[in-house]
Design a protein around this ligand. Sequence first.
Ligand SMILES: [Fe+2]
Length: 305
Amino acid sequence: MHARTIASIAAVAGAAVIGYASVIERNWFALREQEVPVLPPGAEPLRVLHISDLHLTPGRHRLMAFVRSLAALQPDLVVNTGDSIASAEAIGPLLDSLGSLLDIPGVFVYGSNDLYSPKPGNPARYLWRTSAGDHDRNEPDLPWEKLGGELTAAGWLDLNNQRGKLTVNGLDIALAGVHDPHADRARYDLIAGPADPAATLRLGVLHSPEPEVMDRFAADGYDLLLAGHTHGGQLRVPGYGALVTNCGIDRGRVSGLSMHPQVSPADGKTAWLHVSAGLGTSPWAPARFACRPEATLLTLTARSA
Ligand SMILES: [Fe+2]
């Protein structure tokens, strides 16, 4: 075949893939359902909606409609693991989208992108380094305190370097979270110490699933860790999976349910880890491939005795 013909075919195919990834798959939202046998024997199931990485801008109407539709699930608890906004104008649309989910018990942490507005850059740089050094501006330029204030005013619990307690459906939940390790704002020492052994569930929440931070949660006895940040790899290779995780976690745990290997000295148990592949993208890398945007409904069930 003539070289020019081959080049033309490759160009058309490339354009088709880019169009699919940025127009179709980026808006092809999925609800993933996952059971986690993490509660004590005999406990009633608890339904947890895990959302992450919306990177919301006011123009993302399909994303907002999907988030709005999640209220129909009527979960018992909502966990938002950060990177909610990508624009100073997104807080109102975010609150509108969450709608009646804000009337349900909820918790949140920030991701670095809640603090720093997105900047253009070569997405391929993640192949050889993470984005941890990308947020080296002196002061955040997004209204992250307003975001947190609005979510707190609506009744959700701020877990940024804080511990908390909730009683949901009669189950006592001990919670702790950190601000984003990826932005060097995690201060685990502020929440360190054994998780309440009397609680039915001990839940740890963080944006970027950095192993050294998760080691500490697990060692303190947290049963289940929820994180986001990875976007599931965002552009995955079919049959191979994620090329990068953009953090310290291995590619095999870039999204979905796994175990974190650190053992708690208190009870000898390891922690479950759920990483959300997230719902959005940076406005400067508006594409997802073989990695649909997702929210997850986790049904926590009793362990077998
Ligand atoms: Fe993100």
